[in-house]
Design a protein around this ligand. Structure first.
Ligand code: DC
Length: 218
């Protein structure tokens, strides 16, 4: 079974997906981490998103997803991909068709291997349009920025609310307006606005969507 969780930055996808996967006994795949890892590798190699060699570069990357992190060429990059710089860079590289094509098979292969919960921007629309359960998580820009700020400060990263809000609005625009696989709610996804819900309530709402999908499958 595939559970697809899409939505904009800071809507709570990561934490909710991790807890939901644990509750269901499913594997969790954070597809944003894949785009971040590509952005990190390309940045380190001095490549820009419009570099003609980017497709071959992405195809040659050695990315391994582990339950406890993500490896790039054997190096654990789980923390290095979580900086504000990589948030911006991943959004830029994610708009490039050859980057998306390069990550598509990897996501499908990992998702099909076992019952999975995948979170991203285009899981329910492009990666797994036939996913049995689809959820679209949203929240106000302010709520999303505050959560991202708390997360950054919790990791000792220096940041302020106005800057994080501006960064989130810019990423919303870039992710929603790009030509290939833009962020949008699948027609058959259940939308959950998390602005005024606490974490447990969101996980519970997601669990009900999955249970309803299971009941329909019989
Ligand atoms: O979920 P995140 O913030 O870690 O994602 C980082 C960027 O990667 C995000 O700005 C857009 C891109 N992304 C994407 O285009 N498609 C996905 N399925 C996941 C992430």
């Amino acid at each position: 079974m595939i559970v697809a969780i899409d939505g904009p930055a800071g809507a709570g996808k990561s934490t909710v997906t991790a807890r939901l996967a644990e509750a269901l006994g499913f594997v969790r795949l954070d597809t944003g981490a894949l785009y971040r890892t590509v952005a990190l590798a390309a940045t380190r190699a001095g490549l820009e998103p419009d570099d003609p060699s980017l497709g071959g570069f992405v195809a040659g990357l050695d990315i391994v997803v582990r339950p406890d992190g993500i490896l790039l060429g054997g190096e654990d990059v789980s923390l290095a991909i979580r900086t504000p710089e990589m948030s911006v860079a991943s959004s830029r590289f994610a708009a490039v068709p050859c980057v998306r094509a390069g990550l598509l098979d990897l996501q499908r292969g990992l998702g099909r291997a076992r019952d999975s919960v995948l979170d991203g921007r285009d899981i329910g629309t492009v990666v797994f349009p036939d996913a049995e359960a689809k959820i679209f998580l949203t929240a106000s820009v302010r709520a999303r920025a505050q959560r991202r700020l708390d997360e950054l400060q919790g990791r000792g990263v220096d940041a302020d609310l106005a800057t994080v809000m501006a960064e989130i609005e810019a990423r919303d625009r870039a992710d929603s307006e790009r030509a290939v696989a833009p962020l949008r709610k699948a027609d058959d996804a259940v939308e959950i606005d998390t602005t005024c819900l606490d974490f447990d309530a969101v996980v519970e709402a997601c669990r009900r969507v999955v249970e309803a999908a299971r009941a329909t499958r019989g």
